[in-house]
Design a protein. Structure first.
Length: 229
């Protein structure tokens, strides 16, 4: 990517860093929540489902502002975490947190649909042979839903790469520190002569998004073949 300038490359590298961490950090919780929504029946299930999908409905700026109120240095969680050396507001870690929250609904939905496609009788058969719930999940459910997990992770990664509203509200737009790819595009469009830099970053965004969509489609086809089999 020699055709990218230093600031442009910093934005792309930071976006990749944020998206990777956001996806990896949210994946275990996403699998657990997806399994709970797909297999368990418990009081408050619909409330949990609504909370999971809330970031898709709320304006991203609202989500970012709520994160700032919660994890800011004067916020209830931010004030507790800062003495421990954990700071999210106006740091790249905050960008990863915001991106993870915005991408979480897509991650959970993809995994949940994959789990619901697994025949419960297969899990019941393993349970009747004496396998514990954890062992049934690890040896039966997880291998069958692995393509769905992959598809959800790819969608979450792509969403995290493109997150703008919540990120810029929570961590601002500091070059080299919190300026992700979408924030850099916005910044370049605000200054005279920045259109060429913005256009290059748009091309990078499109390339990454298309690659993610193609990989997600391939994973979805694998799910369909496995279910039919």
């Amino acid at each position: 990517m020699d055709w990218l300038g230093p600031q442009e490359w910093q934005a792309v590298a930071l976006s990749l860093k944020v998206a990777i961490w956001a996806t990896l950090a949210s994946l275990p919780l996403g699998i657990f929540v997806a399994y709970a929504l797909a297999r368990w029946r418990f009081p408050g299930r619909q409330i949990l489902n609504g909370l999971v999908h809330l970031p898709l409905i709320l304006p991203p700026v609202v989500t970012g502002y709520l994160l700032l109120l919660t994890f800011g240095r004067q916020g209830p969680l931010g004030a507790v975490l800062e003495p421990l050396g954990i700071v999210f507001a106006f740091r790249w870690t905050g960008a990863a947190l915001a991106a993870a929250i915005m991408a979480f609904p897509l991650l959970v939905r993809a995994i949940r649909l994959s789990i619901e496609a697994v025949d419960p009788k297969l899990e019941q058969a393993a349970a009747t042979l004496g396998a514990s719930r954890i062992r049934v999940f690890l040896t039966v459910t997880l291998p069958l839903v692995l393509p769905g997990i992959l598809a959800g992770a790819i969608l979450a990664f792509a969403k995290a790469m493109g997150e703008f509203g919540a990120t810029i509200t929570f961590v601002s737009n500091i070059p080299g520190q919190t300026q992700t790819l979408p924030s850099a595009i916005y910044a370049f469009l605000q200054v005279p002569g920045g259109e060429s830099s913005a256009l290059r970053l748009v091309a990078v965004s499109i390339a990454i998004a298309m690659l993610a969509l193609i990989l997600s489609e391939v994973a979805a086809q694998r799910i369909a073949r496995r279910v039919r089999g």
